[in-house]
Design a binder for this molecule. Sequence first.
Ligand SMILES: [Zn+2]
Length: 111
Amino acid sequence: MRNPSHAPRSARKNATGAPSSPRSSQDSRFLKGSLLERERVCGKPNCRCARGQKHRSLYLVLSRGKRQRQLYVPKDWEQSVRQWVANYHRIRDLLAHVSDLYWNKVQRRER
Ligand SMILES: [Zn+2]
C-alpha cells in the first residue's frame, strides 16, 4: 500500500518532456476553501525541526455550516491548489459584482 504522505511519482512526469501546456499559469480550475499552514516537529532528534526549523504543512479548510473539513495538500500540489483557491475567490467576487448590477436594475425597474 502506498504511503499517502509521499507524492505519487506520476505527478513528476512532466519533467520527462511530455507536452505539458505552457499556459498552465492560466489554469482556470477553481476550488472553494481557505488555506491553513501548520508547523510541526516530527520527533526525530537529529532533524532540523528539533533545532527550530519546523516542518510546514499546508491544509485546505472548508467550512460548511457547523462542519469543517480539512485536507492535507502535498507539496507538489501546493502551487495548483493555491491557484485554484485564488481563482475561486476571483470568480466569487465577479459573480457578486454582476449580481449587484442586476440588483440595481431591479431597484431602478430597468430590464
Ligand atoms: Zn523533523
